[in-house]
Design a protein around this ligand. Structure first.
Ligand code: CAA
Length: 240
């Protein structure tokens, strides 16, 4: 029986590419999504990958959702915490709700999903957790105190949980994508984005599939000696 992987935010953008890459490796994939039913249905029709709807920022929903995935597909050995949102704005204009939602979903989601799956991985003596951080969690970004704090938190979370999982065959790593050609980046005002791309040494946005290749390696059997690391995939924009 193939191992079961869950990818949060797994039907769109970087998450979609990750779901496909893990499926290609022979894993049984479940793609979690938060809201876009139409996109999720089109994704399943195209890929055959089962989708499961819940809010990763909701602790109980993650416990129930992961139980439903395990019931349908088998015990979860691989978790990719990819779901994330932006609520950009300078601090002076940022509401508490904008702060809280980004922390709740982007960082809280990693805690909730790990709580729901880590115990089972430990019992079975094998697991892979990959958390999608960001260049903006490493370097900061004007207008993103919420997002940068949450993503930076993900990098700390990764290193702490890696220490707890190591003796049980569980690796925990992060990927820090740069600016990738997705809807999230397309929402950045064009004039701002142009200036950002001008600072990327390779001279272009990244592709979602270029992040997915990194995730696939970290989720492989061969990745077992890599833990607590952050793989930066950013076209040289931030050499960290
Ligand atoms: N550094 C210094 N000053 C900056 C700046 C920067 N990077 N960006 C903007 N400013 C300045 C502007 O020049 C302007 O100055 P003046 O008032 O003196 O002219 C002032 O800040 C206000 O700028 P805006 O007109 O852009 O202000 P706004 O309130 O309309 O918008 C913003 C602010 C929402 C932050 C907007 O600039 C923005 O969307 N920036 C992009 C943020 C970003 O990169 N988000 C990444 C999203 S993708 C992602 O997060 C994925 C990932 O992991 C990489």
């Amino acid at each position: 029986m193939s191992r079961v992987a869950i990818v949060t935010g797994g039907t769109r953008g970087i998450g979609e590419a990750i779901s496909l890459a893990l499926q290609e490796m022979g894993y049984t994939v479940a793609a979690n999504y938060g809201g876009n039913e139409e996109k999720a249905k089109a994704f399943t029709d195209k890929t055959g990958i089962a989708t499961f709807k819940w809010d990763v920022g909701d602790h109980q929903a993650c416990l129930d959702g992961c139980a439903a995935v395990a019931q349908a597909l088998g015990p979860i050995d691989i978790v990719v915490n990819n779901a994330g949102i932006t609520r950009d704005g300078v601090l002076a204009k940022m509401s508490f709700d904008d702060w809280n939602e980004v922390m709740r979903i982007n960082l809280g989601g990693c805690f909730n999903m790990s709580k729901a799956t880590f115990g089972g991985m430990r019992e079975r003596g094998w697991g892979r957790i990959v958390n999608i951080g960001s260049i903006n969690g490493q370097a900061g970004q004007y207008g993103q105190v919420n997002y940068a704090a949450a993503k930076s938190g993900i990098h700390g979370f990764t290193k702490a949980l890696a220490q707890e999982g190591a003796k049980s065959g569980i690796t925990v790593n992060a990927i820090a994508p740069g600016y990738i050609d997705t809807d999230m980046v397309a929402a950045v005002p064009a004039a701002v984005l142009e200036k950002i791309v001008a600072k990327i040494p390779v001279g272009r946005l990244g592709q979602a599939s270029e992040i997915a290749r990194g995730v696939a390696f970290l989720c492989s059997e061969e990745g077992g000696f890599v833990t607590g690391s952050t793989l930066s995939i950013n076209g040289g924009q931030h050499m960290y």
